[in-house]
Design a protein around this ligand. Structure first.
Ligand SMILES: C[S@@+](CC[C@H](N)C(=O)[O-])C[C@H]1O[C@@H](n2cnc3c(N)ncnc32)[C@H](O)[C@@H]1O
Length: 286
């Protein structure tokens, strides 16, 4: 079988789950891992035979993909902000909008030029935010907190993989206290309501960790309040708080932050034009 036929085979076998474009994109990702070449090289090699050993691997990955398992879990890895990350079904697959949050933190920190920066990532999951911040702000002390031991094990693997020195904390942010002060607290906590859950893609629901995703309809800001309360006592005087947010709850999240006396609140849209991120800071104490 040549690579062109392999593409046809993939798109046909996955047609119940993914359209042609999506299946081709998945094959590109799988090919990078199995054969080590990118999309351009795959096109150039379209008439070449797929080596027998590689074909066996392609077919075993295809069998798993047909169950609806996301390609990142099938391969056990992904790329986030240009860095490699291991992922397992106990961690959320890092999303492109979270890369935009990382970018915003890095832009802000560069501008303000803080030194000896202390950063806390709440709900670290795969460790994607914490690792990227540490890689780009070498001198900063970076802490990463999650309630899930399994997440922290993957996050620690990713810190080692990327040679990023991070201090991990296993805790529930709803009842966590700490004497340390942080200059930046960043969080992408669970924010999808049970109502929104109904409309979600089946493969996210079946394969991604619900602990990372869902909150009740009654109290969708539960984690935002917990992180904000922690920030009230643990942000340094010039410190900044960054959130990734539910696109439908921008106004409510801003109000909650104003009510808690955070100032300079800024709501940003993601690349898809959805309300997605907030940055704010503490009112300086008199
Ligand atoms: C939306 S995921 C974000 C993962 C990662 N930071 C990212 O951006 O891809 C939310 C994370 O919050 C963690 N989490 C859920 N409840 C928590 C709690 N009570 N305290 C601390 N972390 C919690 C989950 O385990 C999950 O890793």
């Amino acid at each position: 079988m040549n690579f062109k036929l392999l593409l046809q085979h993939f798109t046909r076998e996955l047609s119940g789950l993914y359209d042609h474009e999506e299946a081709a994109a998945i094959l590109n990702i799988v090919t990078r891992q199995v054969s080590g070449f990118d999309r351009g090289k795959l096109l150039l090699k379209s008439s070449e035979s797929v080596p027998e050993g590689d074909l066996t691997l392609f077919n075993s990955f295809l069998t798993e993909l047909k169950t609806g398992k996301p390609v990142q879990y099938v391969l056990g890895e992904t790329v986030f902000y240009g860095l490699p990350f291991k992922v397992s079904p106990s961690v959320l697959i890092p999303r492109p909008e979270t890369e935009e949050l990382v970018e915003w933190v890095l832009d802000t920190v560069d501008v303000t030029g803080m030194s000896g920066l202390q950063i806390l990532d709440v709900g670290t999951g795969s460790g994607c935010i914490a690792v990227c911040l540490k890689k780009n702000l070498g001198a900063a002390g970076v802490f990463a907190l999650d309630v899930s031991k399994d997440c922290l094990l993957i996050a620690a693997t990713n810190a080692t993989l990327n040679e990023a020195d991070i201090i991990f904390i296993e805790a529930d942010i709803r009842n966590y206290s700490d004497a340390r002060k942080f200059d930046v607290i960043v969080s992408n906590p669970p924010y999808i309501t049970m109502d929104e859950k109904q409309a979600m893609h089946e493969n996210v629901l079946t394969h991604e960790p619900h602990l990372a995703l869902f909150v009740s309809n009654e109290d969708p800001l539960v984690f935002y309040r917990a992180v904000a309360d922690f920030a009230l006592s643990n942000l340094s005087s010039e410190g900044l708080l960054f959130f990734e947010i539910n696109e439908y709850l921008g106004k409510e999240t801003l109000k909650m932050l104003h009510d808690k006396s955070f100032i300079d609140t800024e709501l940003r849209k993601d690349m898809q034009g959805k309300d997605r991120m907030i940055r704010c800071r503490l009112k300086a104490s008199e």
